[in-house]
Design a binder for this molecule. Structure first.
Ligand code: GDP
Ligand code: MN
Length: 382
């Protein structure tokens, strides 16, 4: 789960990280009111969207007066950054930037440990630094049960050539970042840029924080930070319906019980030359309500022209699933997207009997089902 920069900064500040303190506004007058309260110039007006590269996209502007603040906010609100419309801006005291540093902790799947990354070439695209000048990037992992230790912080400070005057604030940033990373089960906590100011202090000028969705149950307080407006609307609806859904770009909607089978289904659709429109796991139960929700979610994606049900009746009985699908279809009058279905496992004969005489196209194997779905999808496209 992603959050906004201002929310990330609030969290960092709560963990003792020095960061500019501002507030968010949704219109130009609101932005000017915040600047007036801050009573310090310049202020920086920053787009709050769940994507990076706001600076380059014109989403970060300095303002030296109330009038400039109003103008900057008016320009930024409504701006389209990588497909997301800016609805709010953060207004905070501007920082006198002498150096920009990159600092991040990311959960590394390969070492299965938090990976610390730092570079003196901050403010820029870190992927580019890693590719073109890997020697400018320091990377090390934190062992389990060990965390960020003073010698780690000193190693970072030495590599980044942090001046004496900024040691204290730099240590506060690194320790606070690590503390938050562990306390909130982050998958990413990034400060880019971490700034050394003209006055020789370290301060966190940006915050990108992503929480591990699978650990959110431990942190109910974080749920209020979720901004549905920034997410794929169909994925938001799927979460509400407890359906595991990820939108993709193809035309074949897949409805499957079990995550592994869902992956295999996407693979086999691709193998026969089709493109899956989604990953969708309705879980073990495959209840009528869930099937109906899944059908509704999938077909509100206008590029879907065929649906492929691939159900394995292990714990759940196939006849129950078939009844669920037929019941779901009854609750969706006017539903006319062709459906290919492969049901195998406990009571599959009964299930096939129930599907006779319906508009559903039954396949005996996964390969047959995928081939049929691809053929129908192609025919529907042509
Ligand atoms: P991003 O492009 O989405 O990562 O947004 P950032 O928050 O990193 O801002 C982009 C750039 O704007 C930074 O790298 C800085 O160069 C600049 N910037 C951000 N805040 C300030 C500020 O307070 N003062 C000045 N002078 N520049 C800033
Ligand atoms: Mn940044």
């Amino acid at each position: 789960m992603k959050i906004h920069e201002y929310q990330g900064k609030d969290l960092l500040a709560a963990h003792g990280v020095p960061t500019p303190r501002g507030r968010v506004a949704t219109d130009a007058d609101g932005a000017a009111r915040i600047a007036e309260e801050l009573a310090t110039w310049p202020v920086v007006v920053k787009a709050q969207v769940h994507v990076g590269g706001r600076g380059k996209a014109g989403g970060v502007k300095l303002a030296h007066s109330l009038q400039e603040t109003r103008e900057a906010a008016a320009k930024i609100i409504g701006l389209d950054i990588k497909g997301i419309t800016v609805r709010q801006v953060l207004v905070e005291p501007g920082v006198d930037i002498k150096r920009e540093i990159y600092l991040a902790i990311v959960m590394d799947r390969v070492s299965k440990r938090p990976l610390v990354m730092a570079s003196a070439a901050g403010g820029m695209d870190i992927e580019e630094v890693a590719e073109k000048t890997p020697e400018k990037l320091l990377k090390f992992t934190l062992p389990p049960g060990y965390g960020m230790r003073p010698f780690h912080v000193q190693r970072l400070a030495d590599f980044l050539e942090i001046p004496e005057s900024a040691q204290k604030t730099f240590h506060a940033i690194v320790n606070g970042l690590a503390e938050m990373f562990y306390a909130k089960d982050c998958s990413l906590a990034e400060i880019n840029p971490l700034v050394i100011t003209g006055a020789g202090q370290a301060i966190a000028c940006d915050a990108k924080v992503i929480f591990d969705e699978n650990a959110l149950y431990k942190h109910p307080e974080l749920e209020s930070l979720r901004d549905d407006g920034e997410e794929e609307p169909l994925e938001v609806e799927a979460r509400r319906a407890s359906v595991n859904y990820v939108k993709l770009d193809g035309k074949i909607g897949c409805i499957v019980n079990g995550a592994g089978l869902a992956m295999a289904t996407m693979d086999i659709v691709k193998h026969f030359g089709g493109e899956p429109a989604n990953f969708l796991d309705i879980g073990g139960g495959a209840k009528a309500q869930q099937v109906a929700d899944a059908l509704r979610i999938i077909t509100s994606d206008k590029s879907v022209n065929t649906i492929f049900f691939n159900i394995f009746g292990g714990i759940v009985r196939c006849d129950r699933v078939a009844a669920g699908i037929l019941q779901a279809l009854e609750s969706l009058p006017g539903f006319n997207t062709p459906i290919v279905i492969r049901l195998i496992g406990t009571n599959d004969k009964e299930a096939h009997e129930m599907l006779k005489g319906t508009s559903l196209i039954v396949a005996r194997t996964m390969a047959e089902g995928a081939q049929k779905a691809v053929a129908i999808s192609r025919g529907a496209t042509a």
